[in-house]
Design a protein around this ligand. Structure first.
Ligand code: SF4
Length: 648
């Protein structure tokens, strides 16, 4: 380690009565596993511990049935019965020398209690602001007393489950402690409302009582959102955010500081490209407390991590998404293999998994979420079982990943790409406004491929069945991708839109290359309802193209709600002057006019339309697959063929 320029990142840090072996700290993050999938959860966290993280945390852990986040799959520490499931994780994490942390949570009026059926409660009687139209009741003094007792009992159970660090949580708008602190959620007139000291009373009590209960054996962390990014309408780090840190400076053993809400804490690279973007908000904390401070900001650069420690901004490098994209990030820095770090691209596919209550997945790390069921590990793959050669056709993300993994297994791989660049659809999409970080998907994999001496890469090589026959390779992976259709077939209609022949119709790729040719306002028609149409509209708008965005959906790019981006997406289009028409499908085109049909009433309106870009559905490119399969069927060949990615 002495020769490692990053050795300071591997210093131990005292957190109350426990010591973390290094400064790499996986902060609590959701994963769609929780109490529903405890073995999968334990295996996933264990891989991070194996990858070198000094601290590995759970997601939110509900402390009582009155804070039930169903249908979300979070952790539970409702009572002693939850200890065995939680212990699966602590044992697995300890096995690799890391500390295990748990984020105790009561979500107040952020929980709908759909499973437990218990009325939600919060500082005031107010609307439940999550999933379901319900009303939370105002907490009485007895409720507050009960809540403190539940929290204390949960802390004791967490200790007994083997956790080394236990959180008091006041962040993301998801915690009753934070709801008491924020004046717009707390209008009480008793000693828990009014002045900041009063609004902070509950948090102070939680910190003191947790410390008293388990502080001799566990570090007590306080996760606190110093700023809500609402300006004067919310918590600001220069105002009450700072005051909270001053008032509680020495109370916790560790300050875990961030910004609220979740969409601000986990901003996507599309809207926040800067690494360490939270430092301007949380950077003051260390000047106020003597306790260690952990912060986040999609940190993947070892140089920047070191700088933050050296300049006294952070003691611990916090990470949720960077630890998902590369569970082995600390070990790679330790072993000075920093060029092998799989950098998070900030796409929030991981977040979408949690929002759909399925196990986490990651664009950069395909093993994420499959550590238990399939035994996957991003840095360990079983070696080859034969010395046969393998052909991969297509170098989009699937073809590249397939090539990397086959090469790691020791196969002799030939990668053929029809275009003169590797990367496929990612190459195009990463050229669009806001998506430059996505190119990391290509860069990371091509870097590894180019270092392998068992991979041959052929660009500008469009293969046919005959050419494949000449190669004499029997094992074939086809990652031939797909292309956007231009006939209007999509989610809301299964027959082509009539009349498209009378106007200019573009695919997303074509329209970006045809800016000079576009006549009149361009209609972006989104019947896929994913992310791309919104990106295209944003991109073209920044190129001064007048855009009319039409979609059968009720909002722009509704799927991006799952990646915490939808509001930003729609705001960006509005601010760019894009005209947005929702709830309308295109019925037909006639006389350079789009005939729009309301998806609810069927009423008709008309929109001048000379140019349109279709983002509706993709057509898989299976031509090569079909001919190879036919040859096999006819007995002419006996290839092992798999079609992968978005080609099937
Ligand atoms: Fe990062 Fe995307 Fe992976 Fe999430 S899914 S960790 S945002 S690369």
């Amino acid at each position: 380690m002495n020769n490692n320029p990053y050795s300071q990142l591997f210093e131990s840090v005292q957190i109350g009565p426990v010591v973390t072996k290094n400064r790499f700290y996986q902060v609590p993050h959701c994963c769609g596993m929780g109490h529903l999938r405890p073995r999968a959860h334990a295996a996933m966290r264990a891989v991070k511990a194996k990858g070198g993280w000094g601290v590995v945390s759970t997601e939110e852990a509900e402390i009582h049935p009155s804070s039930d986040l169903a249908p979300y799959a979070e952790q539970r520490v409702w009572d002693k019965k939850d200890i065995p499931a939680l212990k699966l994780m602590t044992d697995a994490v300890h096995e690799h020398g890391a500390l295990a942390a748990i984020e105790l949570t009561h979500s107040g009026h952020n929980s709908t209690n759909l499973f437990s059926r218990i009325p939600a409660m919060s500082p005031n009687a107010q609307a439940v602001n999550f999933l379901y139209p319900k009303q939370a009741r105002r907490m009485t003094k007895k409720d507050i007393s009960d809540f403190r007792a539940w929290h204390r009992r949960a802390a004791l159970n967490a200790r007994d489950a083997g956790f080394d660090i236990v959180y008091v949580y006041a962040g993301h708008g998801m915690s009753v402690a934070q709801q008491f602190i924020l004046p717009d959620m707390n209008n009480r007139t008793d000693e828990y409302g009014g002045s900041l000291e009063n609004r902070l009373r509950l948090t102070r009590e939680l910190l003191e009582e947790t410390k008293e209960a388990i502080g001799d054996s566990c570090g007590i962390a306080f996760r606190f959102a110093v700023d809500e990014l609402k300006g004067k309408d919310g918590m600001q780090f220069e105002e009450e955010g700072r005051a909270v840190v001053e008032l509680l400076a020495e109370h916790p053993d560790l300050w875990d500081v961030n910004v609220s809400d979740w969409s601000n804490d986990s901003q996507t690279s599309r809207f926040q490209t800067e690494e360490a973007y939270q430092m301007p908000y949380v950077g003051f904390v260390k000047s106020i407390t003597t306790k260690p401070v952990v912060g986040v900001g999609r940190l993947t650069s070892p140089d920047l991590m070191l700088k933050l420690v050296k300049q006294g901004t952070l003691d611990l490098i916090g990470a949720a998404r960077p630890s998902i994209a590369d569970p082995y990030l600390p070990n790679k820095i330790k072993e000075q293999k920093t060029d092998q770090i799989k950098e998070c691209i900030g796409c929030n596919i991981c977040v979408s998994s949690d929002n759909f209550s399925v196990p986490i997945r990651c664009t950069q790390n395909p093993t994420m979420g499959e550590e238990w069921r399939r035994g996957w590990d991003p840095e360990n793959i079983k070696p080859n079982v034969t010395d046969q050669k393998v052909l991969v056709v297509g170098s989009g993300p699937s073809g590249l990943e397939c090539t990397v993994q086959l090469a790691r297994r020791g196969y002799q791989v030939t990668l053929a790409e029809a275009q003169n660049n590797l990367g496929g659809r990612v190459l195009f999409e990463s050229s669009l406004k806001g998506l430059s970080n996505w190119k990391r998907v290509v860069d990371n994999r091509t870097h590894e491929i180019l270092q392998k001496n068992n991979v041959e890469v052929y660009k500008d090589s469009r293969l046919t069945a005959e050419l494949i026959g000449e190669l004499g390779i029997n094992n074939i992976f086809l990652a031939t991708g797909s292309s956007w259709r231009k006939d209007g077939i999509g989610r809301s209609r299964r027959s082509p839109i009539q009349g498209l022949g009378g106007i200019s119709v573009y695919s997303p790729e074509e329209v970006v290359q045809s800016l000079e040719d576009i006549n009149g306002p361009l209609v972006v028609y989104d019947d896929e309802q994913g992310y791309l149409a919104g990106v295209i509209a944003d991109h073209l708008s920044s190129e001064k193209v007048e855009i009319i965005f039409v979609t059968p959906a009720s909002v722009v790019s509704p799927w991006t709600d799952s990646t915490l981006e939808q509001k930003r997406v729609q705001a960006s289009l509005i601010n760019s002057g894009v005209k947005i028409i929702c709830n309308q499908s295109i019925k037909k085109i006639e006389n350079k006019t789009a005939v729009l049909e309301c998806v609810f009433s069927g009423s008709i309106t008309k929109l001048p339309c000379e140019s349109i870009v279709m983002v509706t559905e993709r057509i898989s490119d299976t031509a090569l697959y079909d001919s190879l399969i036919q040859n096999n069927f006819d007995g002419k060949t006996s290839y092992n063929i798999k079609i992968i990615g978005d080609a099937p």
